[in-house]
Design a protein around this ligand. Structure first.
Ligand SMILES: CCCCC/C=C\C/C=C\CCCCCCCC(=O)SCCNC(=O)CCNC(=O)[C@H](O)C(C)(C)COP(=O)(O)OP(=O)(O)OC[C@H]1O[C@@H](n2cnc3c(N)ncnc32)[C@H](O)[C@@H]1OP(=O)(O)O
Ligand SMILES: CCCCCCCC/C=C\CCCCCCCC(=O)OC[C@@H](O)COP(=O)(O)O
Length: 297
């Protein structure tokens, strides 16, 4: 009887290890659970420190530092191209494709100083995670109430100029692991036009090789983040927003397709891009920023 009990206990200990090793679905759920627990634990540990400062964008540094070790724990290599484009002292809007919660790992590699993401309000109700996000100045919108969300974005247009902030928006508005990008919501582009600030598109290469929530796959891997040259909005008005949105989306989709079809990761450091008043075309046929000397404050 004792031996049987011992065998049972042993099996109970070994079973999760075997499942983790040989069952891809179990492996996937363990890794996703650990990711969420990590975020929750860090938020719980750091929120009291952040609370000392109060609601303040400087607290984003704490959040980002807490997320950074995750890539090492998961064996994920992240390459960043074009980060120097973000070295601009003025406020701006970043638009980025959104595949999964894993985007946080990439986001913390490139997010400039004084930058706040726009997030769905549901995050606010995730206990200490919501508290940590609120304390870091993250802007929340209710996607079900377009009017309210537009009001929040309009207020943000004033705030970013007044307080010299950058805003990070996922214009697809939801996570998307399809082969392309969803149609873009227009809030980010209205925001940039209202504030008359440039837009920086950021493209994260597909995770297909190592992560898929549909196939329950989560292995070590590599992805690349490309920061594209800025697109000016100076002189544009709300009537230009639909075209601006489509032009930026097309540029990002083209870059995403190139990243998808070229697994060797030998992309040029610069890509020919759409003309913008803030970029000039060099003799090499590549669009370059006019101002690359500014540094993040
Ligand atoms: C220590 C550890 C702590 C743990 C914390 C964890 C991590 C910390 C690190 C990082 C922080 C977390 C990061 C969180 C990321 C979360 C990501 C998300 O939540 S994504 C979801 C939220 N984002 C969005 O939804 C994108 C923004 N949405 C929009 O822009 C939308 O446009 C909208 C404003 C919500 C409206 O949505 P709708 O579906 O109605 O879309 P349309 O775009 O078609 O708009 C309809 C209509 O309105 C016009 N419009 C839109 N915006 C404006 C505006 N600002 N001003 C005027 N008009 C506007 C638009 O043009 C359309 O009209 P028309 O068709 O006539 O053009
Ligand atoms: C008292 C309640 C306590 C609840 C505790 C919940 C703990 C949750 C712990 C960790 C959550 C980690 C969240 C990381 C946030 C990642 C941001 C993100 O990717 O959000 C998704 C959002 O862009 C789009 O959402 P949808 O694709 O539309 O859906």
């Amino acid at each position: 009887m004792d031996v049987a009990l011992l065998h049972g206990l042993l099996l109970l200990l070994i079973l999760p290890v075997l499942l983790y090793r040989y069952c891809a679905t179990f492996h996937y759920f363990c890794k996703v659970t650990f990711f969420n627990l990590w975020v929750l634990a860090m938020a719980t540990l750091l929120s009291p420190f952040a609370a000392i400062r109060g609601r303040c964008v400087e607290n984003m540094k704490l959040l980002c530092a807490a997320i950074r070790p995750l890539k090492h724990l998961y064996g994920i290599k992240i390459e960043v191209l074009g980060a120097e484009h973000l070295n601009l002292k003025e406020p701006y809007v970043i638009v980025c494709n959104h595949q999964a919660s894993l985007d946080l790992m990439g986001m913390v590699e490139v997010i400039p100083k004084r930058c706040v993401p726009i997030a769905k309000k549901e995050l606010l109700y995730m206990g200490t995670v919501g508290w940590a996000c609120w304390l870091s100045g993250i802007i929340f919108i209710d996607r079900q109430r377009t009017g309210d969300a537009i009001d929040v974005i309009s207020q943000t247009a004033e705030t970013i100029r007044r307080e010299n902030l950058r805003v990070w928006i996922f214009p697809e508005g939801t996570r998307n692991q399809s082969r392309s990008m969803l149609p873009f919501k227009r809030g980010a582009f209205h925001l940039a036009v209202q504030a008359q600030v440039p837009i920086f598109p950021i493209v994260i290469s597909p995770y297909w090789d190592f992560f898929s929530s549909k196939e329950k796959k989560f292995t070590p891997g590599t992805f690349t983040i490309r920061v594209l040259p800025r697109i000016e909005t100076r002189g544009l008005s709300p009537k230009d927003v639909p075209e601006l949105t489509e032009t930026v989306r097309k540029t990002m989709v083209d870059v995403f397709s190139e990243m998808s079809s070229n697994p060797c990761r030998d992309w040029p450091a610069e890509l020919p891009l759409l003309p913008s008043t803030g970029a000039t075309k060099g003799t090499d046929g590549v669009w370059h920023d006019e101002d690359t000397t500014g540094t993040s404050d």
